[in-house]
Design a binder for this molecule. Structure first.
Ligand code: PEP
Ligand code: MG
Length: 560
């Protein structure tokens, strides 16, 4: 067997034969057009409009987040700037095919230069261009293959139009050679609970029909697996399916210690599903999604409506709302206009809000109004807090607005190291392990080339979390976890062993984490955490925790 590494999305494991996505259409030649510019323009307008309508129709069939993505792609196709670019090229005597190829390519380069969220939309643009060129040539757009049996789909990077209508009975797993953890492939795979590994450069050599194991939890694709490996993967897949159908109980350890399991949500639209999957509240409501879709900050009334809708879905339950986290991977033109060489180290999160305090005040106003109108237990917190002074600033301001429970996210090592003083001012801390890992390991969380550093199992990250857990215990203040780490079942046990009092995650991860917590007592969790802390790197920490957990399981079985 051989192992290919990528970035696993979720925790699933699947196996099956590979089917590769067709290669993109070749670039059209730059030969002079034999038609008049008017004729070429008419062709291109018809093709663009047909593609936009087709994307909208696919969106309507798919519904949910996929629909939003496909509608955005349809708008991209008909973008007026792009239309002008097409016209300029056609006026210069180019064919419609070449004009599309060239104009989209230059637009793509611009998006990639911006980087971050917009950079990852480059694949969407490629897909639109391919579809328009295919239509102009009268050929089928490259799409998902249909080998006539279930398969593991291998592609460069899937476009939303492809993932939206994937036949889940046929697609056993997804592997992409490009794309990061925030690409559309990753977002949609998470939403649909498809086993997926993105950014697996080595997968380019996989051949149609060869059997692979896709292990998202371990971030690996195993090629030429042995019979033993195949059977172990199947046992794990079965155990996961059982965990998913186990009864929904409040999060707790084997000894009954409660560990509330909360949901990370980006909009009120996800609330109903989270409740269905057993979320006991919301541990992280990322409010920036409300702002990202607009050119300006939403009004107080718009914000109040959205927050009220979210709070109403959780009557009597805790809902932790994070104020706007703009900058770095979530840039907002009206807040982050300055050019920064290193935006992750720039004016982001609470720093950006402080620089535009009216936006923060409006958000706190809307939150206080929504709080008054509903019965949920609203907690508010600030992102990217790096000093005690910032903590005092935010919690004082939030309380001025009548918000009773004000805390901070611990995402920067300085805050973890001074957690005892931070928690002197804040009512609670919530550890954002995605950023905490990025800043501890000095590895940009959006860069595929340093993705292997972005591992929250790293003992340096675990030590910082232990500091926060200890400070919380000493002061009697809650310490939640709301980064992706909480969704890794064994790491969730370690986090509780380090002092986390609640865990918040994508709702689809709740069942796995709930089932694993129930197999360890608090003492076990502390011992497993000690084993991980004693390791020298992330891989060793994971292995040490796995060994400690299975030794624990054997001891428990022997005692019964
Ligand atoms: C984090 O950094 O872990 C976190 C939860 O915030 P976000 O991923 O939105 O930056
Ligand atoms: Mg963060």
């Amino acid at each position: 067997m051989a192992e290919l590494r990528g970035v696993g999305i979720g925790l699933g494991v699947a196996q099956g034969p590979v089917a590769r996505m067709a290669e993109p259409l070749p670039a059209p030649p730059d030969t002079p057009s034999e038609l008049t510019p008017d004729e070429e323009t008419a062709r291109v307008r018809a093709a663009v409009s047909a593609v936009a309508r087709e994307l909208e129709a696919r969106g309507e069939t798919a519904g949910g987040a996929a629909q939003e993505v496909l509608e955005a792609q349809a708008m991209m196709a008909e973008d007026p700037t792009l239309e002008e670019e097409l016209d300029t090229r056609i006026a210069a005597g180019k064919t419609a095919e070449f004009a599309v190829y060239d104009a989209f390519h230059s637009f793509r380069t611009q998006l990639e230069a911006v980087g971050g969220y917009l950079g990852e939309r480059a694949a969407d643009l490629d897909d639109v261009a391919q579809r328009v060129i295919a239509r102009l040539r009268g050929v089928a757009a490259p799409g998902v293959p249909d080998p006539g049996h279930p398969f593991v789909l291998v592609a460069k990077d899937l476009a939303p139009a492809d993932t939206a209508l994937l036949d889940l009975d046929k697609v056993l797993a997804l592997i992409t050679t490009e794309g990061g953890p925030t690409s559309h492939t990753a977002i949609l795979a998470r939403e649909k609970s498809i086993v997926a590994i993105v950014g697996t450069a080595g997968a380019k050599d996989l051949a149609d029909g060869e059997t692979v194991i896709v292990d998202a939890a371990a971030h690996t694709v195993i090629t030429s697996p042995t019979a033993d490996e195949l059977s172990r993967a199947q046992t794990r897949a079965r155990a996961r399916a059982e965990a998913a159908s186990a009864p929904i109980t409040p999060g707790a350890l084997a000894d009954g210690t409660p560990v509330p399991l909360l949901a990370n949500l980006g909009s009120p639209a996800g609330a109903a599903e989270a409740v269905e999957l057993g979320a006991e509240g919301v541990g992280l409501f990322r409010t920036e999604f409300l702002f990202l879709s607009q050119g300006n900050a939403p009004t107080v009334a718009q914000q109040k409506a959205s927050y009220t809708q979210m709070l109403q879905a959780f009557p009597g339950k805790k809902v932790v709302v994070r104020v706007l986290d703009a900058g770095a991977d979530k840039p907002l033109p009206f807040l982050n206009d300055a050019h920064e060489e290193n935006p992750a180290l720039g004016l982001r999160g609470l720093r950006a809000l402080r620089a535009s305090e009216d936006i923060l005040r409006e958000q706190l106003t809307a939150l206080a109004e929504a709080d008054a109108a509903t019965s949920a237990d609203l907690w508010v917190m600030a992102p990217m807090v790096s000093t005690v002074e910032e903590t005092e600033y935010f919690t004082t301001l939030a309380r001025e607005f009548g918000l009773k429970t004000a805390g901070v996210m611990v995402e920067v090592p300085s805050s973890a190291l001074l957690a005892d003083r931070i928690l002197g001012h804040a009512d609670f801390a919530s550890i954002g392990t995605n950023d905490l890992t990025q800043y501890t390991l000095a590895a940009d969380r959006l860069l595929g080339s340093v993705a292997s550093f972005q591992d929250p199992w790293h003992p340096a990250v675990l030590r910082l979390i232990r500091e926060v857990g200890a400070a919380g215990a000493a002061l009697g203040k809650p310490v939640g976890i709301c980064g992706e780490a909480a969704a890794d079942p064994l790491l969730a046990v370690v986090l509780v062993g380090l002092g986390a009092t609640s865990l918040s995650m994508a709702p689809t991860a709740l069942a796995d984490v709930r089932a694993t917590l129930l197999t360890h007592s608090l003492d076990d969790a502390r011992r497993i955490a000690e084993a991980a802390l004693a390791a020298s790197d992330a891989a060793d920490a994971r292995t040490a925790a796995q060994h400690a957990a299975s030794a624990q399981a054997s001891a428990t079985a022997a005692a019964h």
